[in-house]
Each structure stands twice: as C-alpha cells, then as structure tokens.
Design a protein around this ligand. Structure first.
Ligand SMILES: Nc1ncnc2c1ncn2[C@@H]1O[C@H](COP(=O)(O)OP(=O)(O)OP(=O)(O)O)[C@@H](O)[C@H]1O
Ligand SMILES: [Mg+2]
Ligand SMILES: [Zn+2]
Length: 174
C-alpha cells in the first residue's frame, strides 16, 4: 500500500500532519501536555481508554486512531490524552493487552520521555484468577499471582491452580 506522510510545521505550537493514501487524509493537532500511547495492538484502543477510565466526560482532549498503518506492525491503534500522565498500575494493565505499546510523555508539545511497556515475569495485584475454586478466591490471605508464560498472544498461568488466563479473560476485569 502506498502511503505518504508529510508534516508541515506551521509555527512552534502547531503542526499539521497529512497521511495520505488514495482517497484518505488525516489531520492531527498536537497536544500540549499529556500522553501518547502509540503502537497499541490494532483494535485495542477502546480497551486502553477503559483502563484509563476515560469516558469523554472529563473534558480533556482525547484523540483515537484505530487500525492505522504502522512501520513496526501491520496495523496499530493510537490514543492521545491531554492533561494526563499514566500511573504505574495503568501502564501494567496496558502492557497486558498491548505488549508492543510505547508510552510517550508530551510536555510543551514535545515528546520528553518514551517508554516501551514491559511485562514482568510474574504478575500480582492487577488480575484475579478466573477459577472460582482457586485458593486465591477463597477469602484466604492469598493474593493472586501469575507467571507470564507468553506475551503475545497473552498467556498467564496461576501460581496456585495452574489455570491459564488469556487476554479476553483479563479484559473482562478491567
Ligand atoms: N505534541 C504532540 N501531540 C500529539 N501527538 C504527538 C505529539 N508529539 C508526538 N506525538 C505523537 O507521539 C508519537 C511518538 O512521537 P515521535 O516523534 O517519537 O514519533 P516516532 O519517531 O515515530 O516514534 P516511534 O519510534 O516510537 O514510532 C507519534 O505517534 C507522534 O505522532
Ligand atoms: Mg512512529
Ligand atoms: Zn488460580
């Protein structure tokens, strides 16, 4: 597929980007301070908004691109949120559903920090075991814990009952 990307710098604080393929043009305005979550697995932008508890009523500027062409992946989603920097717990949740995502911190219109999300070898605290008879669901002081068997497609194995959790199981809890 042929794609041309041209960036026009209109002034220090404004930029217009045209991404054109036959019959397609996209206009994106820069945010001043906030976060750009880039390289999200295609189709998962709305899951990222859910993780961030964004429903549009906060009044902040949010732009979403879904299934756009990417150099690194076939297709990707992007979420840009003005006025927000992410908390560590939110970054961990994004890592579970979008393992290749990059988190760009924007300050005064520029990318000042770029981090690729990374899953640790074990996950504790953010996901519950889906097996109702697992000891971690029995009201005992046993907190859920999983071994990351595979990042993409996601496979988590419960330390206690060996139940395998996949992306869909995890998403239901967010
Ligand atoms: N002020 C801004 N407002 C909105 N989006 C921005 C702003 N600055 C950068 N971005 C977006 O943030 C992402 C990262 O910007 P960067 O300039 O690092 O691009 P890149 O070189 O393509 O990065 P990468 O190598 O991670 O793909 C891109 O999607 C870019 O469009
Ligand atoms: Mg890029
Ligand atoms: Zn379990």
């Amino acid at each position: 597929m042929k794609e041309h990307k041209t960036t026009y710098h209109l002034s220090k604080f404004a930029e217009v980007v045209f991404v054109s393929r036959p019959g397609q043009e996209l206009y994106v305005k820069k945010i001043r301070n906030g976060t750009v979550i880039d390289h999200i697995s295609a189709g998962h932008a709305l899951d990222v908004l859910k993780i961030l508890n964004i429903d549009g009523h906060e009044g902040d500027i949010v732009s979403i691109a879904m299934n756009v062409a990417s150099k690194h992946q076939n297709k990707k989603d992007i979420v840009k949120v003005e006025g927000r920097e992410l908390k560590p717990g939110e970054v961990d949740k994004i890592a579970l559903i979008a393992p290749g995502a990059t988190i760009n911190i924007i300050r005064e219109f520029e990318v000042t920090e770029k981090n690729r999300v990374k899953l640790p070898e074990t996950i504790g605290g953010i996901v519950r075991c889906a097996n109702p008879s697992c000891v971690s669901n029995a009201g005992e002081p046993v907190s859920p814990r999983f071994k990351v068997e595979k990042e993409d497609p996601l496979k988590l194995r419960c330390f206690y009952c060996a139940r395998i959790m996949e992306k869909q199981d995890v998403l239901k809890q967010f």
